[in-house]
Ligand binder design. Structure first.
Ligand code: GLN
Ligand code: ZN
Length: 764
């Protein structure tokens, strides 16, 4: 029989319960035991959902209080000494690595957090020492959670991150030089020990994730697979199903061929259906094939007919017992359940499927191929009907948008003059000092803001009352910026629930949800809007707030928009037209907004593109260049409509640009603000090597943590940056927006930042 399986289930719960509990714990409002109990409640609830849906293979250890990679850091005791030396309780030590800790005399910033492949999920980077040792934690979490499920009558398949990926996704700690993969020999015994314990606890099969197989791998990493997996087999160990996702593994298939110790291989057939043949061809005579046919990354209903055809192809080659129907990846990246959406219009609602619904989908597909289509006839018919309805719906087509797209010329992508001429005009116009200080856009989203927004959404206050409230908030943040003596102001984004959702709600072609949250990092969740059809802007989206802010401010006001690629990437995109088409439609809408802002007296405009890099196809080559070309074009199309004297900023939440620097340069933004405080100033070298002529604000402090950087720390950071950048080039700003922070630490940190900038201004 063909089994159904889920690779991982979202952790937050139906009402973001986990977020609420962890934040309450951090705020001292609930105890550690309360938090632990809530975790347990959620795990049980999620296992039960999958069991009730008829899923045969249910994952465990997919839960995490903060991040699954961080779980492994603790599991293997790969904890840098700066966290372990304080004797913190293990949960607090865990959170200290995830989000920093500043309490009772302990003051330590978090470990680096980066995007998980090309998703909007962030993982904590394993941070390793030259003399790194590993040791299995005393009460290993995967074993504990397996037993917990077993006790509830559910035999699960534990999920662990494989040793090669764990190391390859890690890095040497600051001032360390170790190549993480060289630690493999030391790490493997810990995996053996863990796997033995899982087997002893009753786990027959373990899902071992090796997603790095979708990358182009360095030889050292690629060569690590065979010997590693040769060691991870034996009678005392469970069978291993090696899982990959978000790409194809054809270019690395040789490392899996003849790896008889593996029980099976999972691949993502939503992203790369064409890899089916090659991967099946490489399987040993008994190995199992797990076919990822239900999309773990998007919210569209699975096309049953197509999925069944794919699975049937595999069955013809392997037989029913060697094929598993699975989600393409963990469902971590999709919202919990469609049932929570009470306001979605019924036409589009019928096109969607969230995590809970997807668990049923795998079960239905497995049943269809095991027992024949007649066994699930009704489900198949309903599915065919909604697939058909979506394909032919009027909602997806807007002729005016298509016409405008057909009329785009190359000239629309370029500013009038080159940077030196623009800069001369901007200098004259904006009168900024050396080392100008600014922030990235948002200020703390206080509970007051959320309360008022909720009231407005519920209709408890009128639009006019809400607008007055927003204006008051804007006035307040301007007063604060006066006091801080910043140079380029922002309005603080109090009206924005989220940087993409806010715009999505104001664009035609989008629908938005009320409960469709997905985890972004730690307790932070986002609610991506959904692109269902051609996009257009019925009316200005941000002009009113920015204009108001400018009218009460004595310094230049920076308008704040989310760029086309970020709007696209942080939405659930359509899967029926190419993403470049959707990006171009977004760019046209934003272009109109940029021009309207300028006409409204806003002469500094920041178009955020933090998602540009995560959209990079995971492998280098033609596909990547293609992407960069349409991504850069869409940014330029959105920003090039302004005068030379208007300054275009863009923002990125990272600083690793080496792989695609040409694209960053091609954006032709006058000023770039980038993350830099959590990474290495050395990364700025690329701007030097490529003689980047324009201006840059590398973040001087980390905003993901409540920790307040000292003035000296910031000065040291700026000093380091000046080893790479000319004083005229350097802007002083935090790493990113401040929406997740409290005011207290924000004011303290910005005071130190402005003082540090003034120090250098006096010096130069
Ligand atoms: N302007 C946005 C903010 O300040 C940018 C956020 C981001 O880059 N993720 O919140
Ligand atoms: Zn950012």
């Amino acid at each position: 029989m063909v089994q159904s399986s889920v690779l991982g289930f979202p952790r937050m719960g139906v009402n973001r319960d986990l977020k609420k509990a962890t934040e309450a714990y951090w705020g001292g409002k609930i105890s550690r035991d309360d938090l632990v109990a809530e975790g347990k409640r959620l795990r049980l609830a999620h296992w039960k959902i999958q069991k009730d849906a008829g899923v045969d293979i249910i994952p465990s250890n997919d839960f995490a209080f903060y991040d699954q990679v961080l779980d492994h850091i603790q599991l293997f005791n790969a904890i840098p000494e700066r966290y372990s030396k304080h004797g913190l309780d293990s949960l607090d030590e865990y959170f200290a690595m995830g989000r920093g800790h500043q309490k009772d005399g302990v003051d330590v910033p978090s470990l680096e957090m980066v995007k998980w492949f090309d998703s909007n999920y962030h993982y904590v980077k394993p941070t390793l020492q030259d003399n790194q040792e590993f040791k299995l934690a005393a009460d290993p979490k995967p074993v504990r959670e397996f037993l917990e499920a077993k006790e509830a009558g559910i035999i699960t398949r534990p999920v662990i991150l494989g040793p090669v990926s764990f190391l390859a996704l890690g890095k040497a700690d600051r001032n360390q030089t170790v190549d993480p993969i060289s630690l493999l020999e030391k790490l493997l015994p810990v995996y053996v020990e863990l796997l033995e314990k899982l087997k002893a606890a009753g786990a027959e099969t373990v899902q071992i994730d090796e997603p790095v197989l979708v990358f182009d791998l360095r030889k050292e990493v690629k060569d690590a697979f065979k010997p590693a997996y040769a060691k991870l087999s034996g009678d005392k160990l469970p069978k291993l199903l090696l899982a990959t996702y978000f790409g194809d593994i054809v270019h690395n298939i040789d490392v899996l061929a003849d790896t008889q110790s593996l029980y099976g291989i999972h691949v993502d057939l939503v992203r790369n259906p064409e890899q089916l043949e090659t991967v099946i061809g490489a399987l040993g005579s008994e190995q199992v094939f797990s076919a990822g046919v239900v999309n773990g990354r998007n919210i569209w209903k699975t096309n049953f007919q197509k999925a069944i055809e794919t699975v049937e192809t595999a069955i013809q080659k392997l037989g029913k017992d060697r094929v598993i129907v699975a989600t393409s990846s963990s469902l971590l990246h999709v919202p919990h359940t469609l049932d929570s959406e009470k306001k979605l219009d019924s036409e589009v609602r019928d096109w969607f499927s969230f995590a809970v619904q997807k668990t049923s989908e795998v079960a239905i597909i497995a049943k269809a191929v095991t027992e024949g289509p007649a066994s699930v006839r009704e489900a198949l018919e309903a599915n065919a009907k909604s697939v058909q309805a979506r394909a032919s719906s009027k909602r997806t087509n807007n002729e005016a948008v298509k016409k405008r797209q057909s009329e785009i010329t190359p000239e629309l992508h370029s500013r009038k003059s080159a940077f030196p001429e623009r800069y001369a005009q901007q200098k004259e116009h904006l009168k900024l000092p050396l080392f100008p200080t600014t922030t990235i856009g948002s200020f703390p989203q206080t509970s007051e803001i959320r309360v008022q927004r909720n009231k407005f959404t519920k209709g408890d206050i009128t639009a006019e009352q809400y607008e007055k409230f927003i204006e008051k908030e804007i006035e307040e943040v301007i007063k604060i910026q006066d006091e801080l003596d910043l140079d380029v102001y922002v309005h603080g984004e109090p009206e924005r629930n989220d940087m993409v959702q806010y715009f999505g709600e104001r664009l035609d072609g989008y629908v938005f949800t009320t409960h469709a949250w997905v985890q972004s990092y730690g307790s932070r969740c986002v609610r991506p809007p959904i692109i269902v059809g051609d996009i257009s802007r019925p009316a200005p989206m941000s002009v009113k707030e920015s204009k108001f802010a400018a009218s009460v401010s004595k310094k230049p006001m920076k308008g704040m928009l989310t760029g086309p690629i970020t709007c696209l990437r942080w939405s659930f995109p359509r899967d029926d037209v190419h993403q470049s088409v959707q990006a171009q439609q977004l760019a046209l809408a934003l272009r109109d907004e940029v021009v309207d802002l300028e006409a409204g007296g806003i002469y500094v405009i920041q178009v955020d593109e933090p998602a540009l890099r995560e959209g990079l196809p995971l492998r280098a080559g033609r596909e990547r260049e293609n992407y960069l070309s349409w991504a850069v074009d869409s940014f330029k199309l959105s920003t090039a409509g302004v005068k030379d004297s208007t300054q275009i900023h863009s923002h990125f939440c990272y600083s690793e640009f080496q792989d695609f620097f040409h694209a960053i340069a091609a954006l032709d933004a006058d000023v770039l603000s980038i993350e830099n405080s959590k990474s290495d100033a050395k990364l700025l070298q690329v701007f030097v090597d490529k003689e980047y002529p324009r201006h840059i604000g590398p973040g001087v402090y980390d905003i993901h943590s409540p920790r307040v950087p000292s003035e000296q720390e910031i000065k040291d950071r700026i000093e380091e940056m000046l080893q790479y950048l000319k004083p005229e080039q350097l802007w002083i700003n935090p790493d990113c927006g401040l929406k997740t922070r409290q005011w207290k630490e924000t004011k303290a940190a910005l005071t130190n930042m402005v003082n540090a900038a003034k120090f250098f201004r006096a010096k130069h």
